[in-house]
Design a binder for this molecule. Structure first.
Ligand code: ZN
Ligand code: ZN
Length: 372
């Protein structure tokens, strides 16, 4: 008798990924009763859920994102808990502070939902850990072979040199970076490049400062920074480096720091033309997602025979895994695919939005628009 088809434990539903056996969602995009959350970016963390389960390291970040008194349970890396008889644990994803992959086990079947992840080293968070499983649901934000990240220390040196060139020309250096994760990573890179000495003055937008506090409280080493205010702009423009979310481009808030040179820290800066289209002077290739070789390495390391692909270039990755790697692969729809009424269509962000129009973290920019 033929074996029955393997039925996934975690499937796409109208509110996001859902585990029927355990009665919980993973990274739901609507408020639900029980949410297991990989990380606190707003395309993964929804406010208003009745109960949250996330990593212990991610708990303060998620609380800052959803609400300070949200009912969040933080689980240390690798510790298991049971949700209606389904064993659940969290394992580092290396994407940002506290970001985890969710491991789900039921009746001998193991599935891992990656959330967003990267395999490159990052001193601001715990390193990605491959978790053996039968089915791996991977993100694919940069799931095309053109994406290969440069070494972080080289980029850090370029960033420091650019700041010093701008200082010599009495221009403020403005680095656009998403307020949670990327901004703190950029700050950590400045520390690494020894650009952040006593003389060097780094200022941050309020949305960045709020998460800098959370990172410092978790023991992450970051350089001294001050919140950018109109008075400080008057005193320090022309010398300062300013880290702010992309949404401030074109605002009066930013004009106070003129004259300035702008840059964007993002994996999208790998593609020629994106810098110009985004209206910035300089691009730094810094991504908190896996590049193509990183995705392939991570997928292989799980040993999974079934791969679900979501959150990016899903179709391209599925085709490659099927045709070149002979793996069983399928597209797992994301929030961007749903119609207005929540019907999941099976399309993906890559089908609707050209990558250079999509923000690296689509939900990260509260004012929307400019980089989406
Ligand atoms: Zn993310
Ligand atoms: Zn994401």
């Amino acid at each position: 008798m033929p074996r029955p088809p393997e039925i996934p434990l975690v499937v796409a539903g109208p509110s996001g990924l859902y585990c029927h056996a355990g009665g919980f969602h993973i990274d739901p995009w609507k408020p639900v009763d029980r949410a297991v959350v990989t990380h606190a970016h707003s395309d993964h963390a929804t406010a208003g859920c009745s109960r949250y389960l996330t990593s212990a390291a991610g708990e303060p970040v998620l609380a800052r994102r959803v609400q300070p008194d949200a009912p969040i349970e933080g689980l240390p890396w690798g510790r298991t808990t049971s949700l209606n008889g389904v064993t659940v644990s969290l394992h580092p994803a290396g994407h940002l502070l506290g970001s985890g992959q969710v491991r789900v086990e039921h009746r001998g079947r193991v599935e891992v939902i990656s959330g967003d992840y990267k395999v490159a080293a990052d001193p601001t968070c715990d390193a990605f850990e491959p978790v053996p499983c039968h089915r791996f649901v991977t993100e694919s934000t940069f799931g095309l072979p053109i994406y290969r990240w440069p070494e972080s220390d080289g980029v850090a040196a370029d960033l420091a040199a650019w700041w010093s060139e701008n200082r010599a020309l009495s221009r403020t250096s403005v680095v656009f970076a998403y307020a949670l994760g990327k901004a703190q990573r950029v700050l950590s890179m400045l520390l690494e490049a020894e650009a952040a000495d006593e003389e060097a003055t780094i200022f941050v937008h309020g949305s960045v400062e709020s998460f800098v506090e959370v990172y410092r409280a978790a023991g992450v080493r970051l350089p001294p920074v001050r919140r950018a205010t109109p008075d400080l702009a008057k005193q320090h423009r022309g010398k300062a480096l300013l880290v702010a979310p992309p949404s401030v481009l074109g605002t009066a808030w930013l004009k106070r720091w003129a004259p300035f040179s702008t840059s964007f820290a993002s994996g999208w800066m790998m593609v020629r033309g994106n810098r110009r289209r985004r209206g910035v002077d300089r691009g730094f290739v810094v991504s908190d997602h896996a590049d193509w070789p990183g995705l392939m390495r991570a997928i292989e390391a799980t040993g999974a025979g079934s791969i679900g692909v979501t959150h990016g270039s899903s179709e391209a990755v599925v085709r490659y895994l099927r045709e070149v790697r002979s793996l069983d692969a399928d597209v797992v729809p994301t929030r961007w695919t749903g119609d207005e009424d929540g019907t999941v269509t099976g399309n993906d962000i890559a089908m609707k939005t050209h990558p250079d129009q999509a923000a690296e973290e689509p939900g990260e920019d509260p004012q929307g628009g400019l980089f989406n």
